[in-house]
Design a protein around this ligand. Sequence first.
Ligand SMILES: Cc1cc2nc3c(=O)[nH]c(=O)nc-3n(C[C@H](O)[C@H](O)[C@H](O)COP(=O)(O)O)c2cc1C
Length: 278
Amino acid sequence: MSRDPGPVTGSDAPVLVASGCGGTGRELDALGGLDGIGGFVTRTITLDARDGGPRPRVVESPSGFRYAVGLQNPGIDGFLALELPWLVSRGIRVAVSISAASLGEYADLGRRLGRSPGVAAIELNLVPPDAAGAGLFDAREPFQAARVVGAVRRDLPAGVQLWAKPSADPGRLAETARALAEAGADAVVLVNGLPALMPDGRPAGLAGPAIGPLALRCVHDVASQVPDLPVIAAGGVVDADDVRALLDVGAVAVQVGSALLHDPTAAARAAATLRGDA
Ligand SMILES: Cc1cc2nc3c(=O)[nH]c(=O)nc-3n(C[C@H](O)[C@H](O)[C@H](O)COP(=O)(O)O)c2cc1C
């Protein structure tokens, strides 16, 4: 089952850079990491700048990584002034990831990004596994996640897509996806990092090949049980074979995340290989 990526990606390549794994974009571009990809998802941006958590922020784990970045970012003003203009000038399709402390803050961020030229999509980072206890709006319950979608959707121009990246709790994903679709999400992003702990006990996300089989199952289940909601996959993707496997179970596009920490060209190479398939 392979679906049309439709308006989700900006080229015929259904491969995107996942949130938080491509820096500001400049770092990857210097190494050819943005060439031919279908889009770039920014790290998660919040209303105010955040310094992030203590170091280390990324540690290797069997077949993957644990990360606890704590949403380090320049805040919406810094992002609009310093990061978005470069991405837009680079001509890449940009999805801006956001998290917020309240529905009002989410709506505010959505309004500001919605009127910023060059923003193709907003990706709601609804339950960041590495920011538990950081004062964010609690969107673990499906109805709360749907309220966030509703709050941002209301004032978003029709041309800007709204993607929702919920908690990676596999038990409630179909229920969550239905709620997100009813609230007006254009796509669901599966999966976020799984809840984990850093060796020193800080809340963390687990990423990389270790979570690949779980991502496959989540994408399969949501794509088959909520067929009207496009699924953008993430989780354990290293190469074009991993992308194909996720497309085969119903994803419309696939994000490459922590593989970029080993190989900054992983997304570009997967996109090139898939283009060769066509
Ligand atoms: C170092 C690091 C930072 C991340 N930062 C974010 C972030 O800011 N926002 C977000 O939604 N996801 C973030 N993620 C999660 C990824 O976008 C992705 O959902 C997850 O890593 C699974 O994909 P992967 O197995 O290909 O890494 C981060 C992951 C890593 C490894």
